[in-house]
Design a protein around this ligand. Structure first.
Ligand SMILES: Cc1cc2nc3c(=O)[nH]c(=O)nc-3n(C[C@H](O)[C@H](O)[C@H](O)COP(=O)(O)OP(=O)(O)OC[C@H]3O[C@@H](n4cnc5c(N)ncnc54)[C@H](O)[C@@H]3O)c2cc1C
Length: 395
């Protein structure tokens, strides 16, 4: 997606705040800053949405995050705040086919209740009333009066266009290759289109965040996993599009397509710089089978599209949003696989760090980088996150 409003072949010479990465994290941050009148420039090495931000499941249900309340508060307002549609739809229905799945969804229901959000357990008849594509064998369902889903591409467009409406700038096809520094501050970014000066820097470059932070001497431990999604032909539109379970995440689009993804993920060996390979693999058959189990009345639907994307993972699965050690004017953000749903809130957190020096609305101490100070050098092997050949995966 080329989302530049005023494409200018000449790179700007500088900006007050430069953000590296035009995914949902960088663009949400850019929008939060631009709407207050800050001079912000977002740089992306490619085009918006080419990486995880344009390839995800659109889920906004992160009840285990310290940003959960803000995620839930902001999403219903985002269309109005941005002035562009995100196709956000509230609530989530989980279908359990086994007692084990019911246990997992009950725990999520209890966590939601702990944070002030209600849910209901549904019997099989109630499930079939609410989810016409569900089958006779469903054990039970859970209706969460929280969470939801949105259209990743629409949302990305909304951030990019709204930011530019407020005077923010977005330059695509402009890879950042290094940094200039002086007196403990980052003073500029080196790009393939020349040097761009900055007063403050945000690195929100998805999988490449670790490599870029390394150029400033900081370690951001992360590894990549390939995940895949499939889209079916359109089916009759259900009243609630946010139905998932059976190890899948996804939604029914406004047109009626079922768009689902889910594990097992394939761990990737990644050099930290080049865009990771995203081939389709037999994971797709696995996802298709689980959709047919989850929604048997959709089992006949043909799969018309599929893609893979790279999920960025930190060792403990939580985001990093923090100042980069040693640099008082640089913030780093990588979202560890939950970045789409959290993006309205994560952009606001980063805005707070850049402008106020701390987050004013949530306790984000668990996002600090220092929690990895004592990480074992072989932490990846210890977690069992080694890359394996796709054909070795059990389907
Ligand atoms: C299949 C799949 C399903 C998912 N489902 C969900 C879901 O349902 N809900 C959810 O919340 N999350 C989901 N995620 C995770 C979510 O998509 C990511 O956490 C989120 O998109 C990360 O956004 P980001 O902006 O931080 O990074 P990215 O989207 O990776 O964007 C980073 C950008 O930085 C740019 N960049 C990198 N290096 C440079 C450089 N040197 N110079 C300039 N630019 C650079 C890249 O081109 C890229 O555009 C899913 C991910 C995948 C792959």
């Amino acid at each position: 997606m080329n989302l530049n409003r005023n494409p200018d072949p000449a790179a700007p010479k500088g900006a007050s705040i430069v953000i590296v990465g035009g995914g949902v994290t960088g663009l949400s941050t850019g929008w939060w800053l631009a709407r207050e009148g800050h001079d912000v420039l977002v740089l992306d090495k490619g085009v918006a949405g080419a990486e995880a931000s344009g390839r995800n499941g659109g889920g906004c249900t992160h009840h285990f995050s310290p940003l959960f309340r803000e995620e839930q508060r902001l999403w219903p307002m985002m269309d109005e705040l941005l002035g562009y549609p995100t196709e956000f739809q509230p609530n989530r229905i989980k279908l359990a086919l086994t007692e084990g799945q019911a246990g997992i969804y009950t725990a999520a229901m209890e966590n939601g209740a702990y944070q002030g959000f209600s849910s209901e357990r549904l019997d099989p008849r109630q499930v079939r009333d609410l989810v016409p594509l569900a089958g006779e064998d469903v054990l039970c369902g859970f209706f969460y009066h929280f969470g939801g889903h949105a259209n990743p591409h629409r949302t990305l467009q909304g951030y990019a266009w709204a930011m530019q409406d407020h005077g923010g700038r977005f330059l695509q096809s402009c890879a950042v290759t290094g940094f200039r520094t002086a007196d403990g501050r980052v003073t500029g970014v080196e790009t393939e289109r020349g040097l761009i000066a900055c007063d403050r820097l945000v690195i929100a470059a998805g999988p490449q965040t670790g490599w870029l932070a390394g150029r400033l001497g900081a370690a951001v431990p992360m590894v990549l996993a390939r995940a895949e999604m499939v889209v079916t032909e359109p089916l009759p539109v259900m009243r609630h599009g946010g139905v998932d379970g059976n190890g899948l995440y996804g939604r029914q689009t406004l047109r009626g397509n079922l768009a689902y993804g889910g594990g097992p993920h394939e761990w990737i060996d990644f050099d930290g710089v080049s865009t990771p390979e995203k081939p389709s693999t037999p994971l797709l058959g696995h996802i298709g089978r689980r959709i047919a189990e989850l929604l048997p009345k959709a089992a006949h639907a043909r799969i018309i599209r599929s893609w893979a994307g790279a999920i960025e993972n930190t060792p403990d699965g939580r985001p990093v949003i923090d100042f980069l050690p040693g640099w008082e004017n640089a913030v780093v953000a990588t979202m560890s696989g939950v970045g789409f749903g959290l993006s309205p809130a994560s952009g606001r957190v980063i805005r707070d760090l850049v402008i106020d020096g701390s987050c004013g609305f949530a306790d984000i101490s668990s996002f600090r980088l220092e929690r990895f100070d004592a990480l074992e050098p072989d932490w990846r092997a210890l977690q069992g996150w080694q890359a394996i050949a796709p054909q070795a995966i059990v389907r």
